[in-house]
Each structure stands twice: as structure tokens, then as C-alpha cells.
Design a binder for this molecule. Structure first.
Ligand code: M6R
Length: 612
């Protein structure tokens, strides 16, 4: 949550920071602020609202500066407001700071500072940390860098902080624990960001700062240290990301662009790994752990939100193909239980961002208990990817729309490949079935393209159903998690109440909701459960509910039973979720648009949940 940007060098800092903040708005967008050091001294401009609102509000101000920091907020401590927006200024006035994360012991620190006479102008934990740093600097008569180090040793929680100091105009002090920080390196200048997007057009050389590291960033110098004041040699990596990948490319919204990218992203995910003709799956990040997975007593998938739904689909797939016991855990619950982790357990962490705080801590805990951790992650170099022993990137490219779409299908593609590989080595699937499924998987990009091509009617359905108050999403087997995902997409984007349920379980409660105004969305593609699903559809029809169904092309029975249908091509049930989810993503998108909502930035949400 929260996006941070910084710049120091010879260029105008403000345009770089504002453009960077717009790219990071997916991380939070309830307030925005920048601090610039220029001829007027250290100036702070901040405001409740999105980046564009701040930009409009400060036209005409002296924004010339060659050093600055900027912040786009997702509120944790204190409501979204001008005064809670970052940057915060220290009580002495010399320091300005932005922060992403939560300082858990801020109440105690605040009390200590209040006792010393500090008065706070905001409700944030950030202002507390900043004044705590200032107090240490004053008391110890030390450099800012030293004060930051001492302060951070007292802090519990997560943070990335960037600080500007009026007395050291061209220097940014940065530190990280538990939230991401990337530093772009170029000749005579440095860029800082929550991810690499703010610096893409300026440099491809980046340093991913690690936990408990502190950076002293000047135009022509980058010093990295640990909290023990030992120097660390920055590890400069080459970025493999193009500007076009983070732009809308003619689509109205990133979400729509990302839905339509799926044939390509699934293809990219399979490319170089799956060779159906040769009958091989090559995944270098898994290779070393093949034996452990094959012999695993249990696989535990940990994830949140959409990624958790991918884990649920994978549970069905792994149990079917590999005959390994699988548990799928919400990372937020798993980390605070005292889960039994035995030798021989394999943890698979699934995450688009690779920065979700709960998932990260869950795997850190499990790692300490001796489990093998594999990451199925989209963002290269992210914290979860780096914490995992091995794993596989999903290669879906940057996902900017807050609602996850292409990341989900890419996660399914990766997880299916792992399951197929392990099942084949273990001998729990026949050669024939293995070969068949490789072919089926290879055809998914083409079939996803077909699905999108035949999705024209979904916009009309959105108009028809947009005023419904509640929705029920039902599915069985592999399609049950797809129903959950469809309901989540609708809630996020359209602010409509939607519940996902196993279609059979519906009789044990939710059926009471059924009446003629209730749309019941069935994920009813042809699979082993199909006849049962048809019976469930009959039960809804008998109670006058509206049946909207995702069906397989040519399935007349389902079509006749439904009020409206969305069509996907025939596919093996193991790979079908990568197709059946697509119409549900589009339905949510079009309903959100029809209701006039900002689908790329739905209220209260942030793309990357870096607080627990
Ligand atoms: O980056 P992650 O995959 O770890 O994020 C997990 C969830 O926050 C995420 O999937 C969220 O549920 C999506 N925005 C849903 O569309």
C-alpha cells in the first residue's frame, strides 16, 4: 500500500515525481503529496484525493527543484485528509518524510515524544516516526543517517521511508523493512520508487533494497548500509520491462487491457517451458526441488484474494494429478496460527505483486520451521520471490488494474504445469493423459482469444443486470473457485454484493435468497460435475431466480435452462478455469463501467497490500 517516489539529480524533479506517482496509484490513491527542495527551502504540497487533483491544485507554485519525494496514500492511521497526507514535516521543520507501511509501536513512541513536548499535526504513525528520528538527531547531535539507524532499531512494523533534510539539500535518506524499495541508477542521478515503473524511461539499471538496509542517495553516489552501519555493495540488476507494458495502449482501462492480454500472457507463461510435441515441461526454478515435491507429504498453498482462488483451483489439480494432500490457506490466518509444519511439507506462495505482507510473513515463518518455499509470483525481484527457495515467475507483465485478471490465469498456467510435471514423474498420471493435458494447455492461449472474440454480448448483459442488488455465483469442482473469483471481481469493481458458493452447498442456506430479481451466475462448463450443476440450475429456475451461465460452446441443455449465457470453447476440465473466468472478469468490468465507477481504482482498495 502507498506508492513512494524520489529523485535527485540534474533534472526537474517534480515532473518525474508526478508521473511516477501516477504509475504507482495502483498502490493507493486517497491522498497525494510531494516535498521539493528549492530556492524557497523545503516545500511540501499535499492534498486529499488522487494525483491529478494535487497536480491541478498546485499549478503556478514554485515547483522547480532537482531533488524531491512524492507519495500516494492508502490510509492506515488516520482518515484520508489533507493533514494526514504525506509528506510529513518534523516538528523542528527541517525534515520531510514519506512512508509506506505501519509502525506498530507508534503509540508508545508518540507517548514518549508527547511527554517531551512534541505536538502532532496528524493522526499518522509516520509523523511519530519522523519526530522520533528528529529527537534522536537532536539528542545525539548526530548525522541524520545515524539518527535513522538508531530510530529504526526501536521500531516494530513495516516501512519504506524516504527523508529530505533541509540542511543536506541534494540527499535522500531511504530505508526499508517489509515494503518494497527500488533505486534506479543512472549517470549523475538516482530514482527511487515502490517499483521500477517511475524510472523506466530514464534507466534500466536498478538496485532492489533489502530489509534492514539504509540508503544514502545523492545525485552521483549511492551508499547502502545495514542497520549496524556496515557498508553493503549495491547489487545492480538489469530491468526487463518496457514502457509500453505499463501504458493503456488504446484501451479505456488497464483492467480491460489486461483481460484482453490474456491469450498473450498465458502464451508467454507457457513459452519456453511447455513443449507438447516433445512431451516436456521445463521449469528451471522448480527443477532443484522436484524430488522434494514428488515426495512431499503435503503441499500448503498460501495466498490472499485472487491468488488464494488460484490456489484453490490448484488444490483440485494437484490432488487429481499428483495424489498429494493439498491445503490452501489464507496467508493472514496461517501466519498467526501455530500451523503444524512437518519435514517434507512444501509451501507454495502465490502472489501477483510478490509484496503482500501476510503472504510474505507466512512464508518467512514457514521457512524458519524448515519448509521448502516455492513462489509463484508475477513481479520479478519482489520480496516473496526473493524469500522463496525456488519457484516460477508467471510472466504476465505488469498488472496495473487493481482487480487481478491476467495474473490469475497466469498463476493457473504455472500451477498446472508444476502439477503435470510432478504427476508425470510420480507416475500418478498416465502417459496418455499427460500428453493430452500438455496439448490442452498449449491450446489455452488460442481458446482464450476465441473466448474474448465471442464476448460481445457480455456488455449487454451488464446493462441488463447492473441494477440487481445481490448476485450469487455458483460452481462445482474446478469451477467452484472460479465462482468465488467471479463474485470477488464483481464486488471489487461494481460495489455490488456478490457471494460465491459451491453449487451444491447452495441448498444449505443461500437458496433462501433466491427470488426473481436475483441473478445466479453459474460456471457450468462441460465437466465431470456438469449434470449435477444442471440440476442446481433447475433448482434456481424452480424458484424463479435468473440464471446467467458460463457454458461450453454447443451445450444446448444449459443454454435452454439459462436466461442468458456466456460461451467458452470446449476444454479439458483441468485447464477450463483459465477460460471460464474470462467472461466473469468481463461481466464485472462492464457492470462497473455501466455504473460509472473508476474500475482501475476501486474505492478503498489498493493493488499491493503491504500492510497486514
Ligand atoms: O499481489 P497478490 O497476488 O499477493 O495480492 C493478493 C490480493 O490482494 C489480490 O489478489 C486481490 O484480492 C486482488 N486485487 C483481487 O482482484
Amino acid at each position: 500500500m502507498c506508492g513512494i517516489v524520489g529523485y535527485t539529480g540534474p533534472r526537474e524533479a517534480y515532473p518525474i515525481i508526478i508521473k511516477g506517482l501516477k504509475r504507482l496509484e495502483y498502490r493507493g490513491y486517497d491522498s497525494t503529496g510531494v516535498a521539493l527542495h528549492n530556492s524557497d527551502g523545503l516545500k511540501i504540497f499535499k492534498k486529499k484525493g488522487k494525483v491529478a487533483e494535487l497536480e491541478d491544485a498546485i499549478i503556478g507554485k514554485n515547483l522547480h527543484a532537482t531533488v524531491g519525494i512524492g507519495h500516494t496514500r492508502w490510509a492506515t492511521h488516520g482518515e484520508p485528509s489533507d493533514r494526514n497526507a504525506h509528506p510529513h514535516r518534523s516538528a523542528g521543520g527541517k525534515l520531510a518524510m514519506i512512508h509506506n507501511g505501519i509502525i506498530e509501536n507508534y503509540i508508545q513512541l508518540k507517548q514518549e515524544l508527547t511527554n517531551k513536548g512534541y505536538i502532532f499535526t496528524s493522526e499518522t504513525d509516520t509523523e511519530v516516526l519522523l519526530n522520533f528520528i528528529e529527537e534522536i538527531r537532536k539528542n545525539n547531535q548526530c548525522y541524520l543517517e545515524e539518527a535513522v539507524r538508531v530510530a529504526l532499531k526501536r521500531v516494530t512494523g513495516a516501512y519504506v521511508i524516504l527523508i529530505l533534510d533541509e540542511d543536506n539539500p541534494d540527499t535522500i535518506i531511504a530505508a526499508r523493512k517489509g515494503s518494497p524499495l527500488v533505486i534506479g541508477v543512472a549517470k549523475g542521478e538516482h530514482f527511487l520508487g515502490s517499483d521500477a515503473s517511475p524510472m523506466l524511461e530514464y534507466t534500466k539499471e536498478v538496485v532492489y533494497v533489502n530489509d534492514y538496509e539504509l540508503a544514502i542517495v545523492k545525485p552521483d553516489q549511492l551508499i547502502l548500509k545495514n542497520l549496524g552501519n556496515e557498508k553493503i555493495t549495491p547489487y545492480v540488476q538489469k530491468l526487463d520491462l518496457e514502457l509500453a507494458a505499463i501504458e493503456k495502449g488504446g484501451y479505456d482501462h488497464f483492467m480491460l487491457k489486461e483481460i484482453f492480454e490474456q491469450p498473450q500472457t498465458i502464451y508467454d507463461c507457457l513459452r519456453g517451458r511447455l513443449d507438447a510435441e516433445a512431451g516436456t515441461i521445463t521449469m528451471s526454478g522448480i527443477q532443484q526441488y522436484t524430488e522434494q515435491i514428488v515426495n512431499a507429504n503435503r503441499i500448503i498453498m498460501v495466498a490472499c484474494g485472487t491468488s488464494w482462488h488460484a490456489g484453490l483451483v490448484a488444490e483440485y489439480i494437484f490432488e487429481e494429478l499428483c495424489r498429494i494432500n493439498v491445503e490452501v490457506e489464507y496467508a493472514s490466518e496461517f501466519r498467526y496460527r501455530n500451523p503444524v509444519i512437518n519435514k517434507g511439507d512444501v509451501i507454495i506462495a502465490i502472489s501477483q505483486s510478490g509484496e503482500t505482507a501476510d503472504t510474505l510473513v507466512a512464508i518467512e515463518n514457514a521457512k524458519q520451521k524448515g519448509a521448502i518455499i516455492l513462489g509463484v509470483v508475477n513481479v520479478v525481484g519482489s520480496s516473496i520471490a526473493r524469500t522463496s527457495h525456488g519457484g516460477a515467475y508467471t510472466h504476465a507483465g505488469p498488472e496495473i488494474g487493481v482487480a487481478s485478471t491476467k495474473a490469475f490465469t497466469a498463476q493457473l498456467a504455472v500451477l498446472t504445469m508444476i502439477a503435470l510435471k510432478i504427476g508425470y514423474i510420480k507416475g500418478t498420471i498416465s502417459e496418455e493423459r499427460y500428453r493430452h493435458l500438455l496439448n490442452e494447455l498449449q491450446q489455452i492461449p488460442e481458446k482464450a482469444a476465441w473466448t474474448l472474440k465471442h464476448s460481445g454480448k457480455i456488455k449487454e448483459l451488464a446493462e441488463k443486470y447492473k441494477d440487481a442488488r445481490d448476485f450469487l455465483y455458483l460452481g462445482r469442482g474446478y469451477n467452484f473457485p472460479v465462482a468465488l473469483e467471479g463474485a470477488l471481481k464483481l464486488k471489487e469493481i461494481s460495489y455490488l454484493h456478490a457471494e460465491g458458493y459451491p453449487a451444491a452447498e447452495m441448498k444449505h442456506g443461500p437458496i433462501a435468497l433466491v427470488e426473481k430479481t436475483l441473478p445466479v451466475v453459474f460456471v457450468a462448463t462441460r465437466d465431470a460435475w456438469h449434470e449435477k450443476v444442471i440440476s442446481n440450475m433447475q433448482e434456481i429456475k424452480a424458484r424463479k431466480g435468473k440464471v446467467v451461465a458460463v457454458i461450453t460452446e454447443g451445450d444446448k441443455t444449459s443454454e435452454q435452462l439459462s436466461d442468458d449465457v456466456m460461451i467458452v470453447p470446449e476444454a479439458d476440465e483441468i485447464v477450463a478455469p483459465m477460460l471460464s473466468v474470462v467472461p466473469l472478469q468481463l461481466l464485472a468490468y462492464y457492470i462497473g463501467v455501466a455504473k460509472g465507477y473508476d474500475v482501475d481504482k476501486p474505492r478503498n482498495l489498493a493493488k499491493s497490500v503491504t500492510v497486514e
